[in-house]
Every structure is written in C-alpha cells, then in structure tokens.
Ligand binder design. Structure first.
Ligand code: NDP
Length: 333
C-alpha cells in the first residue's frame, strides 16, 4: 500500500511511519498546513513528496490510503475529501468534533465502498486481546465491573492544543476517554447505556478539562468506572475486570507499547497470563490492509470510532450538566 499522510504529527513520526514501513507499506507523501513544516518533516522522515494541498495526495492515483493525524477539528473535512477521491482512510481518534460529523465520514466511506478505520490502538494489543479472550471463555464468570485507570502525565512536548484549544478538540475527554470507551466496548462486547461524570482542570488544562472520572451502566448490568487525566505523573495505567468467578488485574496496559502484566485470580489461585507482544500500530495496519483487500474488518471500524466518540461526548455533557446522560450511538444504515 502507498500511503499519504495528512498531518505532520508526533504520532506519525513516533509510531505510524515505522508501522507503515514495517507492514510493507510506502509513505508516498505528507501534507501539512505549513510548507516549511511539511518540508522539514518529509526530509527528516525520508518521505519523497510534501506540500500544503491535499490534492498532492488525493490526485495521486498510486496512493491507495491516507492516514489522518491532524488536530481533531480537521479530520472531518480531510476524511470527506479523501473519500471523494476514492482513498481508503485510517483516521485518528476522536474521529471528529461531533458524533454527527463522525457518522457522516463513516457513512460516506460505506457508500463509496472504501475501508474506513479508527486508530484505536489498544484493542490491537496482545494484552487487551488476551483479556477479552479470558472474559469470552468465561474464566471470570459473569462480568460485574470494569475499572479503567488511564491517568497519565502529558509530556511537555504534547502540552499544546490538547491542553488549551477547545476549537482544535483539546481536553482529556476527546483525547483519552474516547480510548477508554473503545476498550470497554471491545472487552465487554456491549455499549454503555448511560453515564454520570465529573471533570476538572487540575493544573494543566486551560479552558479545557485535564481530568475526568465517570461511571457507565452497561446493558448486562455490569458497571464501568473510568479515570483519565493529563496531570498524574506516578499513577500508572491499567484495568481490572471483576466477575462472579474471578478477577483480571492488568497493570501498565493502557499504553502505546506492548508492555504490562496481566494476572488472573480465581478460586484456583493466581496465575500470570502471557500474551503476544507485537507492535500495536502494526497490528492495526495489518488488519486495515486485509480489510482493503476484502478480508475482514479493520480492528476498530469507523462505526467503532463513532461509538467511542458518542460515549466520550456523553461523559463530557454529563460532567458539564451534572446529569445522567443517555448514550446515543448512531449505527450503520
Ligand atoms: P501533534 O500536535 O504532534 O500534531 C497534530 C498537528 O499539529 C500536526 O498535524 C501539525 O499540523 C501540527 N503540529 C505538530 N507539531 C507542530 C509544531 N511543532 N509546530 C506547529 N504545528 C505542529 O499531535 P499528535 O500527534 O499527538 O496527535 C495528532 C492526532 O493523533 C490527534 O487526533 C490525536 O488525538 C491522535 N493521537 C492518537 C494516538 C493513538 O494512539 N491512536 C496517540 C496520539 C495522538 P499540520 O501538519 O497538519 O499542519
């Protein structure tokens, strides 16, 4: 696959360019809003073409797919343009600023017969797949609760639009709660019905929230508790799933790298759970490529991205209003 990059971003530089190349792809060009930045990025990353106009990528018939990792408010227009040009789309989360815009993007790709995926990397990890497998095989019985610990310390290099620009999609809820929503849906195989939440700006956020806690009700009766923050240097990440016959404790697994430990505790005792430690983003790309060739679905589809955004935005509204919110998730036609 020949890829076009939309956005000269940190995530592209740190993870996605390497993952594209590791999965046999070619990064054919990069588009940024600034010519100098596009040129610097292309030079540093060994990308042959660069520019500021999307047409550089969209009018190139040899480019089959675009990876969109611009700031969040740009995803909608860029994805629609790429779909109009017949390109498959791998789009960063949150897909858009609103659920309506996100749905429009995915519906357009469906109508055009193109693959559209959301880069929710956590469900691509061996750890999360192993946890989901334990739950599905009934190792912990009926799930009673899921607790998600995703309070991190945002590195200084990322303390830009994320902590101060609501119009670019800043705030911890569109940034991290959206991932946790995807994790809950992936592990439990069901969508939250309602949410209650609180949020705050605890030292980093300027005009946007930098911390959130929420509780979600699931159709099965399971309860989900979710904590996200940009301001916690030593909290560590993880998740716990508690069931009638056992509990799963996963430490350090809410990350971009294949790390962390999983322990299963049942009446038979405690056991460490091994899992494959592959690159999360390369796995997502492998699943995406197969989907473009008619083999299966991307790891996280466009509709998964829409659903995660619907949950995250319900959390924000719940926190803003102090009221329980119903999660309204649009579906494929
Ligand atoms: P960055 O801030 O690094 O990049 C976002 C955009 O900001 C770039 O496309 C670029 O705009 C502009 N930009 C970046 N660096 C500079 C700079 N030094 N000077 C001026 N402009 C700059 O963000 P991230 O890479 O962290 O995030 C990009 C997207 O990816 C977001 O949607 C985010 O939510 C998502 N993301 C997803 C992750 C995942 O694991 N799935 C992890 C991290 C981020 P342009 O080139 O378009 O002009």
């Amino acid at each position: 696959m020949r890829w076009g990059l939309i956005g000269a971003s940190t995530i592209a530089e740190q993870f996605m360019i390497g993952a594209i190349r590791a999965t046999g792809g070619t990064v054919a060009g990069v588009v940024s809003t600034t010519e100098a930045r596009a040129a610097d990025f292309a030079r540093a990353q060994g990308i042959p073409a660069h520019g500021t106009a999307l047409s550089l990528l969209l009018e190139d018939p040899t480019i089959g797919a675009v990876y969109i990792s611009s700031t969040n408010e740009k995803h909608h227009a860029q994805a629609l343009a790429a779909i109009r040009a017949g390109k498959h789309v791998l789009c960063e989360k949150p897909l858009a600023m609103t659920v309506a815009e996100a749905s429009e993007m995915v519906r357009a790709a469906d109508a055009a017969g193109l693959t559209f995926a959301t880069n929710h990397h956590l469900r691509c990890s061996g750890s999360h797949r192993a946890i989901r497998d334990l739950i599905a095989r009934g190792r912990i019985g009926r799930v009673l609760s899921l607790r998600l610990f995703h309070a991190v310390h945002l590195p200084a290099t990322l303390q830009g639009w994320r902590i101060k620009d609501a119009s670019a999609g800043g705030g911890v809820i569109p940034d991290i709660t959206v991932h946790d929503a995807d994790v809950a849906r992936f592990l439990l195989g069901e969508d939250p019905l309602t949410v209650v939440a609180q949020m705050s700006a605890s030292g980093m956020g300027q005009g946007v929230e930098d911390s959130a806690m929420s509780v979600w009700t699931m159709p099965s009766g399971a309860m989900v508790q979710s904590h996200e923050s940009f301001t916690h240097p030593f909290a560590g990440s993880g998740l716990e799933v508690h069931g009638t016959e056992g509990s799963i404790f996963a430490k350090g697994v809410m990350t971009q790298r294949p790390v962390g430990e999983i322990e299963l505790v049942t009446g038979q005792g405690r056991e460490a759970v091994p899992y494959p430690q592959h690159d999360l983003y390369a796995q997502g790309l492998t699943d995406f490529l197969a989907a473009t060739e008619g083999r299966g679905q991307p790891a996280a589809t466009g509709w998964d991205g829409v659903a995660a955004l619907a949950v995250a935005l319900a959390v924000r509204t719940a926190a803003q209003t102090g009221t329980r919110q119903t999660v309204d998730i649009p579906r494929a036609a």
